[in-house]
Ligand binder design. Structure first.
Ligand SMILES: [Mg+2]
Length: 367
């Protein structure tokens, strides 16, 4: 039982509309798809959706890192994921989004080999996952309109991007709460856009709009600032850019710098280490969310299966495939109905048919 072939496909997926967050805006997501073929007929799909801003990776660096790793994977047992992850870490430092593509494909193979949906193999704590939908930065009035639309589409939680300037951000939240009604959860994400002082002011003024939690108010490297905001914020704080790895999670939990953690497979290096973060956090009574970068249905399915499997992943922000105009997966993956991600009966990640035209020919084949 061994890995026989690895194919690597760079893909460009367009967003439905420009997606803006505090530090930047995107019209496309540049991802790398990995297909791993085994010698017993099972194939696995994986995806990397690198963020240069968060981990310093691009599609090009992902392809370079996989070029070092892939030849060593040929002949290895695809089910020995822990061993493979150790091997990847010994060959290439960092590059978590590149490693995530391999890790996800191996988990897909695991599910298909034992003939079960992946979340069932990994523990099967829940059978569906509620996701929020993200509102990118626009004028406060436009965002209120987007909020009303999202509620109409059945979403029960809105993730609102802020971090531009505190006065305008407070106005955003006021209008969005008005448009969305009282029942809907509102969580905010400043993407490191505020200073600690601005964050403390904004969060105290936003309290009355009933905010569930606030993600990454201050720059990732400013742990002191994060601690100061946490001490003075009436709203629980979630770390995103501050925590990539299990080691980061321990460091911030020990420093009492966070109330919640946003796990992303592209920061952790895939499902295996994403799960380690969830378990470390569980032991410290810190609930987790699973988030995403710009993944297609493949990477989103990976996040959803992990979220369904792990008890401590209590929230999900798994919506990038919904924000993309280009659909890489024609059949299979997860479905969204009334804000719930549900899983088809297929094994592994459940990817049944990929859009061959969008995928194109492999840039590299290792065998
Ligand atoms: Mg975030």
């Amino acid at each position: 039982m061994g890995i026989q072939q690895i194919e690597v496909f760079p893909v460009t997926l367009r967003y439905k509309e420009p997606f803006r967050i505090a530090p930047e805006a995107h019209t496309e997501s540049h991802n790398v798809i990995v297909k791993i073929v085994t010698d017993y007929g099972v194939i696995g799909w994986g995806e990397s959706s690198p963020s240069e801003r968060v981990t310093g990776e691009t599609a090009e660096t992902v392809i370079k890192a996989i070029d070092k790793i892939a030849p060593k994977l040929i002949g290895m047992c695809p089910l020995r994921i822990e061993q493979t992850v150790e091997m990847m870490d010994s060959i290439v430092k960092d590059n978590p989004a590149a490693k995530a593509a391999i890790d996800i494909a191996l988990h897909d193979i695991l599910g298909k080999t034992v003939k079960k949906p992946l979340f069932m193999v990994m523990g099967g704590y829940r059978t569906q996952v509620q996701t929020d939908i993200t509102l990118g930065i626009k004028s406060p009035k436009e965002m209120a309109k987007d909020a009303a639309n999202a509620v109409k589409r059945g979403f029960k939680a809105l993730k609102v991007k802020v971090g531009v300037n505190p006065t305008e951000d407070i106005e955003r939240i006021r209008l969005i709460r008005e448009a969305a009604g009282e029942e809907v959860q509102i969580r905010i994400d400043a993407n490191q856009g505020w200073t600690p002082k601005q964050a403390i002011t904004a969060l105290n003024k936003m309290e009355k709009f009933n905010i569930q939690f606030a993600e990454q108010p201050v720059p990732a490297e400013n742990m002191k600032g994060l601690i100061e905001v946490k001490k003075n914020s009436p709203i629980p704080l979630m770390a995103d850019e501050s925590i990539h790895s299990p080691q980061d999670a321990i460091r911030l939990i020990k420093a009492e710098a966070v109330d919640l953690i946003n796990i992303k497979l592209m920061k952790s290096g895939g499902i295996l280490k994403g799960r380690k973060i969830a378990e470390i956090a569980e032991a410290a009574n810190i609930p987790c969310m699973i988030g995403c970068m710009g993944e297609s249905e493949i990477g989103i399915a990976a996040g959803a299966h992990l979220a369904a499997a792990a008890k401590n992943i209590q929230y999900a922000d798994l919506d990038s495939d919904l924000l993309l105009k280009d659909k890489l997966v024609k059949k299979g993956g997860t479905k969204v109905e009334n804000s719930m991600r549900t899983f088809p009966k297929q094994n592994g990640l459940g990817i049944k048919e990929v859009n061959e035209k969008l995928l194109g020919k492999p840039k590299k084949i290792y065998k």
